[in-house]
Design a protein around this ligand. Structure first.
Ligand SMILES: *[C@@H]1O[C@H](CO)[C@@H](O)[C@H](O)[C@H]1NC(C)=O
Ligand SMILES: *[C@@H]1O[C@H](CO)[C@@H](O)[C@H](O)[C@H]1NC(C)=O
Ligand SMILES: *[C@@H]1O[C@H](CO)[C@@H](O)[C@H](O)[C@H]1NC(C)=O
Ligand SMILES: *[C@@H]1O[C@H](CO)[C@@H](O)[C@H](O)[C@H]1NC(C)=O
Ligand SMILES: *[C@@H]1O[C@H](CO)[C@@H](O)[C@H](O)[C@H]1NC(C)=O
Ligand SMILES: *[C@@H]1O[C@H](CO)[C@@H](O)[C@H](O)[C@H]1NC(C)=O
Ligand SMILES: *[C@@H]1O[C@H](CO)[C@@H](O)[C@H](O)[C@H]1NC(C)=O
Ligand SMILES: *[C@@H]1O[C@H](CO)[C@@H](O)[C@H](O)[C@H]1NC(C)=O
Ligand SMILES: *[C@@H]1O[C@H](CO)[C@@H](O)[C@H](O)[C@H]1NC(C)=O
Ligand SMILES: *[C@@H]1O[C@H](CO)[C@@H](O)[C@H](O)[C@H]1NC(C)=O
Ligand SMILES: *[C@@H]1O[C@H](CO)[C@@H](O)[C@H](O)[C@H]1NC(C)=O
Ligand SMILES: *[C@@H]1O[C@H](CO)[C@@H](O)[C@H](O)[C@H]1NC(C)=O
Length: 776
């Protein structure tokens, strides 16, 4: 029999003990935790996800183990897991948070809970935690070193917060940790050699998108369980240690966007690696032959580095390769044929001089490509290299090709007719080569073709009628060739055509009034020999150009284009300068009809194209007055009507166009007052020169600030280039004012050469009668 007093004592003790650890106690702790977040509520964030709330945590249900997200030990009722992902808490974790009363907690998931504030150091007291997830929150401050006390942790995710400072050295204790995700924070470093050398259980380590400026430990072989290593988007320096690549289980490595430098060496490796991304670093030297050790490699990205030499032959052993991106390096020599079968190959922006024509089979060259399967190939980009000679013959094997870019090379000869068999082709870019001959009839089955860019070559002849089948065509660029044909109004079937460049060719004849490309956004037919007159309603049905894009959103711009595999640009004369525009700049809507032989009036229906940013009708023989409907083009930034035979006055309403920053009315027969507006007053004087009788130009033509003639500092010489055009027009004016000013001109020349032209201009201005510039 037990001593009664002793049994009483035991009873009393166990009562206290049970109360402390009891379900009621645990339940109260959970309710207290809920009360720490008074704003907790179900919330629906548009387009993101729906947050839940802690509404099931209430006293009407006494069994806290049944509350949402709560898991208890079945026997003791102690809470061992809280899984509260996507629960709207909207508050911070207090240092004395009731979570600390859940002593047996093993799993704590508070990801995407809208938590703010710092991670309380006291969390380090939850010593049974194995799984800690605080990722998709707004936590700030440093990671408390006490987290390093949680030596049972196997999983820790603090991703997508705003944590700063160093990774605490105490993390070196976490030697059971297999998943560590600290990506998308503001972490700046830490003693990574110390920490990483101890985290021997890690299989996934993600440090990407931080500000870590550190070296990797030179000996990483201790991480012998590592399968995934991501550290892209940081400022890591130094070499990438060879020991990393020797880790036998390693599968994926993402180290792009850092400042790793030096030559690469993979060592005698035979890892499981199938994805290697080292792009956008400062790596240099050759691609090491040892790359052939990665026999399972499927995806290789070494782009945007400074690799030199040629592609190692040993790579032909990598039979699993699918995606290779070696673009933006300094690689040279032959682009080897074993790469032709890949599903995506990018070699652009290197110095490859040719591509291997014959296939190397078992070490010997074979001219017979027929046995080789190119069926997988879908994307080939060898643009911006030094390829010369005719288009490689192997191209003809790529019948399943979707994307082909050989732009900016020195390719000559004709475009092969075998392309007619490429029914999947979406984009062909052959821009800026020396291709000649005519564009062959290869488009009969090219129904998926979205892009054809053969601009800046020497192609000639008529356009192939088979183009009519390209009803997916969005972008057709034939600019800068020798095409000699009538306007291809028969391309009416191209209902998706959004950008049409025919400029700088030998096109001739009238532009049909019947053509309508409903999706046309940019048209450049400049510098051809098109002629004829336009009916006033010519532009009435140009639907897309009449839509105003508020910003560049695809949605607002009513664009139904697909995603592009590449970031292409288009170039166009804009504000007098050859300018590159991203092709996907949907808000850019432009008409360039300049440098042709058009006559008659500028059709007033141009005023309906309210989306236009840029209008150029210059260098034609347009007559009549400037249509006042141009004042409707509220988004217009550049308007060039120069070098025509336009008469009458400049419509006063044009002063309303508040985005207009470039305009040119010069070399016409215009007269009357120049409209007054900030936009007009800030133009170059030359924008109005050589007209019949424009007046009100004092401010425009006389606004040059005049320093004293003695000062000839360097700033003035810089102004020279930008103002020389203007100065020259003043010289023209001076000539018109006769011999009295000629003397001044000579003085002016002296001042030009001595960089004192500004003073000269000022002097000239004072000597001239204010008002009308008449130079005829
Ligand atoms: C979130 O908390 C803040 C106070 O920290 C409060 O002002 C705000 O209304 C809360 N948001 C919601 C949706 O309850
Ligand atoms: C309390 O929780 C139960 C489920 O546990 C739920 O059905 C009930 O709606 C909750 N009550 C309140 C007031 O939210
Ligand atoms: C926790 O600390 C806050 C101050 O940070 C205090 O207001 C609150 O009463 C404390 N709660 C408990 C349960 O101790
Ligand atoms: C804790 O989290 C791990 C990993 O997500 C999971 O496998 C385990 O089932 C969880 N345990 C509890 C009790 O929820
Ligand atoms: C956490 O543990 C430390 C000792 O490691 C102790 O000093 C501190 O009071 C504890 N904090 C809480 C909130 O329990
Ligand atoms: C992160 O913190 C910086 C200041 O340290 C702040 O400017 C930024 O808005 C914060 N970002 C988020 C997502 O909370
Ligand atoms: C590394 O881990 C061992 C246990 O595996 C431990 O004794 C040692 O203190 C750790 N090193 C650091 C720097 O924490
Ligand atoms: C690298 O570290 C491992 C243990 O982590 C050790 O066995 C090996 O000797 C080290 N290698 C070098 C070259 O220091
Ligand atoms: C490549 O090297 C040149 C100097 O030769 C340097 O200016 C450039 O920044 C380097 N580019 C990269 C990506 O490392
Ligand atoms: C197109 O493919 C067919 C069948 O494979 C072939 O006979 C023909 O020669 C090819 N045409 C061209 C121009 O290569
Ligand atoms: C176009 O495709 C059809 C059907 O697939 C085929 O019969 C025809 O020969 C092809 N034409 C050309 C020019 O390849
Ligand atoms: C247009 O140019 C063609 C020659 O290219 C000429 O035959 C025709 O008469 C011209 N038409 C007009 C209206 O000037």
């Amino acid at each position: 029999m037990m001593n009664p007093s002793r049994s009483y004592f035991i009873f009393f003790f166990s009562l206290i003990f049970n109360t402390l650890a009891s379900p009621t106690h645990q339940r109260d702790a959970l309710l207290e935790f809920k009360n720490e977040f008074p704003f907790n509520a179900p919330v629906s964030v548009p387009d993101v996800y729906i947050y839940t709330s802690l509404s099931s945590w209430n006293t009407s249900s006494s069994d806290h183990c049944s509350w949402d997200g709560v898991t208890c030990n079945a026997n003791s009722g102690e809470v061992i897991s809280l899984f509260l992902e996507n629960t709207y808490l909207n508050g911070s974790l207090k240092a004395n948070t009731s979570l600390l009363k859940l002593h047996h907690l093993q799993n704590l998931t508070l990801s995407s809970c809208d938590l703010s504030g710092e991670i309380p150091s006291s969390l380090g007291n939850l010593s049974h935690l194995k799984h800690l997830d605080l990722g998709g929150n707004h936590l700030i401050g440093e990671i408390p070193p006490s987290i390093g006390n949680l030596d049972q942790l196997t999983f820790m995710r603090l991703e997508s917060n705003n944590l700063s400072g160093n990774i605490p050295s105490s993390f070196a204790n976490l030697n059971k940790l297999s998943h560590l995700t600290l990506s998308e924070n503001q972490l700046s470093g830490g003693d990574l050699p110390l920490i990483l050398s101890n985290l021997t259980s890690l299989s996934e380590l993600d440090l990407s998108k931080n500000h870590i400026k550190s070296k990797l430990p030179s000996n990483m072989s201790g991480l012998h369980n590592l399968e995934v290593f991501a550290a892209f988007g940081n400022s890591f320096l130094g070499n990438i240690p060879t020991s990393l690549f020797m880790i036998p289980l390693l599968q994926k490595v993402f180290l792009s966007g850092n400042q790793f430098e030096g030559p690469l060496e993979f060592g005698n490796t035979s890892s499981e690696l199938y994805l290697l991304d080292l792009s956008s670093n400062n790596l240099f030297g050759p691609i090491p032959e040892s790359i052939s050790g990665f026999l399972k490699l499927e995806s290789l990205d070494l782009s945007h580095n400074n690799f030199t030499g040629s592609i190692p032959r040993s790579m032909s052993k990598l039979v699993s390769l699918q995606l290779v991106d070696l673009s933006y390096n300094k690689l040279e020599g032959q682009a080897p044929s074993f790469l032709w079968g890949l599903s995506s190959l990018k070699l652009s922006h290197n110095s490859f001089s040719s591509s291997e024509e014959s296939l190397v089979v078992n070490g010997s060259h074979s001219d017979d490509l027929s046995s080789y399967s190119f069926q997988r190939s879908s994307q080939v980009d060898i643009g911006s290299n030094s390829l010369h000679g005719s288009l490689p013959r192997w191209i003809c094997k790529f019948t399943s090709l979707i994307f082909l870019d050989l732009s900016n090379n020195h390719l000559s000869g004709s475009i092969p007719s075998c392309l007619m068999n490429f029914t999947a082709l979406g984009d062909i870019l052959l821009r800026n080569n020396s291709l000649s001959g005519s564009l062959p009839e290869i488009f009969t089955n090219a129904t998926k073709l979205r892009t054809l860019d053969v601009s800046r070559n020497q192609l000639s002849g008529k356009l192939p009628k088979s183009l009519i089948n390209c009803y997916s065509m969005e972008y057709l660029n034939l600019k800068g060739n020798k095409f000699k044909d009538m306007f291809p109004s028969w391309l009416n079937s191209l209902r998706e055509l959004s950008v049409l460049f025919l400029g700088s060719n030998a096109f001739y004849g009238p532009i049909s009034s019947h053509f309508r490309f409903p999706s046309l956004r940019v048209i450049d037919i400049s510098h051809n020999s098109f002629n004829g007159t336009f009916p006033q309603n010519y532009f009435v049905k140009w639907r897309e150009m009449s839509i105003v894009c508020v910003n560049d959103s695809k949605h607002l711009c009513n664009v139904h284009m697909g995603q592009y595999l590449f970031d292409d640009s288009m170039d166009m004369m804009y504000k007098g300068v050859d300018t590159k525009f991203p092709r996907i700049l949907y808000a850019f809507k432009a008409i360039d009809f300049s440098g042709n032989k058009f006559t008659g009036r500028i059709p007033k229906s141009v005023g309906m194209l309210e989306g236009l940013i840029h209008v150029n009708f210059s260098r034609n023989a347009f007559t009549g007055s400037i249509p006042s409907s141009l004042a409707n083009l509220a988004n217009l930034e550049a308007l060039d009507l120069s070098h025509n035979k336009l008469s009458g006055t400049i419509p006063r309403d044009l002063a309303r166009l508040s985005f207009l920053s470039y305009l040119d009315f010069s070399h016409n027969f215009l007269q009357g007052p120049v409209p007054r507006s900030t936009q007009f007053q800030s133009q170059h004087c030359s924008s109005f020169e050589d007209n019949l009788g424009l007046y009100g130009l004092e401010e425009i033509c006389g606004q040059i600030h005049a320093p004293e003639p003695t000062s000839g500092d360097s700033q003035q010489s810089e102004e020279f280039s930008s103002q020389s055009e203007e100065v020259l027009s003043w010289i023209a004016a001076a000539i018109a004012f006769g011999p009295g000013v000629f003397c001044g001109l000579v003085i002016g020349y002296i001042f030009f050469t001595s960089h004192k032209h500004v003073w000269f201009m000022e002097k000239l201005r004072r000597n001239l009668p204010g008002g009308i510039i008449t130079v005829r």
